[in-house]
Design a protein around this ligand. Structure first.
Ligand code: PLP
Length: 406
């Protein structure tokens, strides 16, 4: 009987959102959820996406039929070209298969479900960066993968703990899955350099590990779509077998439409196409049993943006608008803290990239910010930079200054 179902804890992030919503202060700031906000703290429908919506509404063949199990073909193909590069050997050699998913979360899940069933170890483990996106752990737990961690970030230096990462990857059992953030690491905002990616690839190859890239922020790290898939292209160009979870939530602002894709790429060589076909056949079974077929609307919109040259160019402009505003906020916050001579080092605010900043504020400082200043952020000290704007960044700097001095 359901009488025995225990009460589960509220999702910490959504608990925080509810607390923010019920706060009556006109000074309140939400820096918790990773969603883009414009300079008026409002959601921003990307102009490129608006154009695509208009085109979609005018389509005389518009209907609401089911999509194929793998998703909308013109979306899937364009998403594939975007993430691996149109000139990728994986596409040329038909070594890639792709499925439309319920956004990045669904792609991480589909990949996890596939790998947990078919990786050759009896109980394969997945190594997550410490820290990582809060939901990784839950998703991989759900599909029965053992969770392990590799060091990623040093709270002392506020930089990558590269040596720690390499040392743990070097001792991971062969066949283990290594979850890597393709760019704009969540929550730290710190990515490996190109040289470091080369070294990560080397240790993954030497130890016969399986790289699984989570790419939720393509276009947010450098502002350039082409540059932000560097790591993925590097691994493919070096002949790795790998998986990718791709999200269009942040870079197209399609959060609630749940648009994403999962990609599997086989190693080059004879038999690669057959492996890909077999993997695709298993993905189809998994997809069918979980969502039957993916949703239509968001994929149509993303497909128009990706396939219409003009709208795609507009989208790249929109991406620069978003990443540009976030960078301006990084500068303003750093300047504010410098002017207030806030104790501590704050250079990481401007050196970190992407949507988030790992401020280094302690849990008690985070709680003081919430109680005294109506500033809502997660307890790890991560802030979504997009929640700052020209109207509240000075207030936030003053709030930080106050709790740091307390
Ligand atoms: N992966 C990472 C690292 C993320 O930060 C997020 C969202 O915050 C996701 C995946 C999934 O996002 P969505 O399911 O909204 O596409």
């Amino acid at each position: 009987s359901a009488k025995n179902v225990p009460q589960a804890p509220e999702d910490p992030l959504y608990g925080l959102v509810n607390a923010y919503l019920s706060d009556k202060s006109d000074k309140k700031i939400d820096l918790s959820v990773g969603v883009y906000r414009d300079d008026n703290a409002k959601p921003w429908v990307l102009p490129a996406v608006q154009k695509a919506e208009q085109l979609y509404q005018c389509d005389p063949d518009l209907d609401h039929e089911y999509l194929p199990i793998a998703g909308l073909p013109e979306f899937i193909n364009a998403a594939q070209r975007l993430i691996v590069g149109a000139d990728s050997p994986a596409i040329r050699e038909s070594r890639i298969c792709s499925f439309q998913t319920i956004s990045g979360t669904g792609a991480v899940h589909l990949g996890g479900a596939l790998l947990s069933r078919f990786l050759p170890l009896p109980t394969p483990a997945i190594y997550l960066s410490s820290p990582t996106w809060a939901i990784h752990d839950q998703i991989f737990n759900n599909v029965g993968l053992a969770i392990k961690e590799y060091p990623y970030f040093s709270s002392k230096t506020k930089m990558m703990d590269f040596d720690g990462m390499i040392s743990v990857l070097g001792s991971a059992p062969p066949g283990s899955i290594i979850l890597l953030h393709a760019c704009a690491h969540n929550p730290t905002g710190v990515d490996p350099t190109h040289d470091q990616w080369g070294k990560i690839a080397k240790i993954i190859r030497a130890n016969r590990l399986f790289p699984f890239f989570d790419c939720a922020y393509q276009g947010f790290a450098s502002g350039s779509l082409a540059q932000d898939n560097f790591a993925i292209r590097y691994f493919i160009d070096h002949g790795f077998e790998l998986a990718i979870a791709q999200s269009f939530s942040k870079n197209m602002g399609l959060y609630g439409q749940r648009v994403g894709a999962f990609h599997y790429i086989a190693c080059p060589g004879s038999g690669a196409q057959e492996i890909v076909e077999r993997v695709a056949s298993q993905l189809a079974i998994l997809q069918r049993s979980e969502i039957s077929t993916p949703p239509l609307f968001g994929a149509k919109i993303a497909s128009i943006v990706l396939n219409d040259k003009e709208i795609c160019a507009d989208w790249e402009k929109d991406l620069r608008t978003m990443s540009g505003r976030i960078n301006t906020m990084r500068e303003s916050l750093k300047q504010g803290l410098d002017q207030l001579q806030t104790p501590g080092q704050w250079g990481h605010i401007t050196s970190q990239i992407g949507m988030f900043s790992f401020t280094g504020l302690s849990k008690s400082q985070v709680l003081s910010l919430r109680e005294k200043w109506h500033v809502y952020m997660v307890e790890t000290g991560r802030i979504s930079m997009a929640g700052l704007n020209s109207g509240n960044v000075r207030y936030f700097a003053e709030a930080v200054d106050d709790v740091v001095r307390a």
